[in-house]
Structures are given as structure tokens and as C-alpha cells.
Design a protein around this ligand. Structure first.
Ligand code: NDP
Length: 294
């Protein structure tokens, strides 16, 4: 299989370099060689590589910054994925692309499935939705995976930040009215590899899917889980459980509005690809064990 990987240095891109390796020959690019603010440059790369599978992990993910640079966000999240999709259609290639729970407005309390109405609250969410729409409109064979609350072992993440703050401060305030599922970049990459292989024999399974770890939590309960886990491991933790204070989103105004309900139903993906998804706590614990060298 000839695979083109774009955005190789991001959280998901890094894990994809590992997970896609057994499937075939990978040509991988990052912003230095495939700049998504230049759709024509990226389209030229696709034409030159002539891949059977394109996996796009590049995105403008700075959610607050996107509010002040919508044109750049739109180029990276929508125009260039659209240009790649047109090339994929020409080449009869499969395009794998990632999207987000931020395409929804986050009202209510139920998990949303793939048919739920979209209504983004932010430039990031709007441009990611436009990216999905351009890919679907191109007619190329595609796998769009909407996910949420992505963390990776490599680099910084929410859990590592909470551990650091818990050792430095006496009190932590954490948002408790946004509900979602922390999802590992490793899980996303592994499921991508499995799905790409499955789609090779069953192209009818192509389409839009939700992919998050099982279970749900708030940022507050996520922080409590991480800090309690670290305490049990004998880590130095200054913050006492009662000093982790739940606060509403309204107490932390940000340029981009976030959905409160980020729950995504993964029933379609599990059924179509015959998969189980681990509970989010298992993935986070594994990442923490690696982080702390336990
Ligand atoms: P990252 O921000 O870790 O990775 C995005 C990658 O895109 C980075 O390597 C970044 O490079 C690169 N990039 C940014 N601008 C450009 C550009 N102009 N040209 C080429 N590459 C560029 O994000 P994730 O790995 O977490 O995200 C993967 C996918 O998952 C994205 O589609 C994202 O929208 C989606 N997603 C992510 C969520 C999250 O919580 N992170 C939640 C839901 C969905 P550099 O680092 O040099 O800027």
C-alpha cells in the first residue's frame, strides 16, 4: 500500500507514523514540506506521490487563536483538505481525515450520532465542518473520524499539566460542566490503521464515523482521577481532594466558545468495523505510567 501521511508531527500524526508502518510504504510530510496554507502546493504533492491512501492529520487546532485568524484556519481546515479530496477522487485514493465534536453546539446531555445536526460555536468548529463538507462533496472515497479531547504521550497534555499544578499549588479550579471523553492519539492511530485495512476489502464501509474512548467525564473529574491516581502511586501531590474546586465554564471566558456536551456515540464505528473501544481511564492510566516511568 502506498500511503501519504500529512501532518506527521502532530499528536495524531506522530502515532500514525507508528500505526500505519506495517501497512505499506509511507511518505510523510509536515508543515515544512506540505504547508496547508497553500492548497496548490499540497495538491501537487498528492499528484506526485500518487498514493492509494492519504491520511491527513494536519489541522489548525489552536481553537482560541482561530477566532482572530479565520482565513488561515479556513485554509488549513477546509480549503486544503478540499483540494486533497479532489486529488484523491482523481486518483481513486482513500482519504482519511479527522474532525471534531466542535462541529456541534453541545446542547443537551445525550451522545450525538453521525446524523445529528451540526451547529458549530467557533471558527475552529465551523472550518472543521467545512472541511468535512468539502471532502464529502468531492466524491472521493473517505473516512472522516470525528473525535474529542485528544491527548498524546508525547508533548504536553491536560493530565500532565494537572499533575504539575497539583505539586505546585494548594488549590486547583477545574471546569465541571463540559462533558466528553479523553481520547488517546494512539487509539486514534490504531483504529485508523485497522479501518484502512478493513476498507481495502470492504470499500462500502467508507464514510463519517465518531471515534472516542468509552465512558465520559468532565475536566474536573478527569483532573481528580489523574491526581488521585498519582497519589496512589506515591507521587508528591500538594493538592488535597477537597481543594480541587469545580467551576462552570462561565468562570473561564475564552475567545472561542466550547460545547458543553461533547458526548459522541461510537455505535456506528464499533458495529461497522467490529471494534471495541477502551474506557478513557485505561488509556489515560497507560499514558501516565509511561510519563512517570512507572
Ligand atoms: P496537533 O495540533 O497536535 O497537530 C496538528 C498538526 O498540524 C501539527 O503537526 C501542526 O504543525 C500541523 N499544522 C498546523 N498548521 C499547519 C500548516 N499550515 N500546514 C501543515 N501542517 C500544519 O493536533 P492533533 O494531532 O491533536 O489533531 C489531529 C486531528 O484531530 C485534527 O484534525 C484535529 O482537528 C482533530 N481533533 C483534535 C482534537 C484535540 O483535542 N487536539 C479534538 C478533536 C479533533 P505545528 O505543530 O508545527 O503547528
Amino acid at each position: 500500500m502506498n500511503i501519504l501521511l500529512l501532518g506527521k508531527g502532530g499528536q495524531v500524526g506522530w502515532e500514525l507514523q507508528r500505526a500505519l508502518a506495517p501497512l505499506g510504504h509511507i511518505t510523510a510530510h509536515d508543515i515544512d514540506t506540505a504547508d496547508f496554507t497553500q492548497p496548490d502546493q499540497v495538491a501537487t504533492i498528492v499528484r506526485a506521490v500518487r498514493p492509494q491512501v492519504i491520511v491527513n492529520a494536519a489541522a489548525h487546532t489552536a481553537v482560541d487563536k482561530a477566532e482572530s485568524e479565520p482565513d488561515v484556519a479556513r485554509l488549513i481546515n477546509a480549503a486544503t483538505p478540499g483540494a486533497i479530496a479532489k486529488e484523491a477522487a482523481q486518483l481513486n485514493a482513500l482519504l482519511v481525515h479527522y474532525s471534531t465534536d466542535y462541529v456541534f453546539d453541545g446542547t443537551g446531555h445525550a451522545p450525538r450520532d453521525e446524523n445529528a445536526s451540526t451547529a458549530p460555536l467557533s471558527v475552529y468548529g465551523q472550518t472543521k465542518l467545512e472541511g468535512e463538507q468539502q471532502i464529502i462533496a468531492s466524491g472521493c472515497q473517505h473516512l472522516i473520524l470525528r473525535t474529542s479531547w485528544v491527548y498524546a504521550a508525547r508533548g504536553g497534555n491536560f493530565a500532565k499539566t494537572m499533575l504539575r499544578l497539583a505539586s505546585e499549588r494548594d488549590q486547583l479550579k477545574v471546569i465541571n460542566d463540559q462533558i466528553g471523553s479523553p481520547t488517546g492519539a494512539d487509539l486514534l492511530a490504531d483504529v485508523t490503521a485497522h479501518a484502512v485495512r478493513t476498507l481495502y476489502g470492504s470499500p462500502a464501509l467508507a464514510g463519517l464515523y465518531h471515534l472516542v474512548a468509552d465512558g465520559e467525564t468532565s475536566w474536573y473529574d478527569y483532573a481528580r482521577y489523574v491526581i488521585e491516581w498519582a497519589r496512589k502511586q506515591g507521587q508528591a501531590v500538594r493538592v488535597q481532594p477537597e481543594d480541587i474546586i469545580p467551576v462552570p465554564t462561565t468562570e473561564y471566558p475564552t475567545p472561542a466558545k466550547r460545547p458543553l456536551n461533547s458526548r459522541l456515540s461510537t455505535a456506528k464505528l464499533k458495529q461497522a468495523f467490529g471494534l471495541q473501544l477502551q474506557h478513557w481511564q485505561q488509556g489515560v492510566e497507560r499514558m501516565l505510567i509511561e510519563h512517570l516511568g512507572k
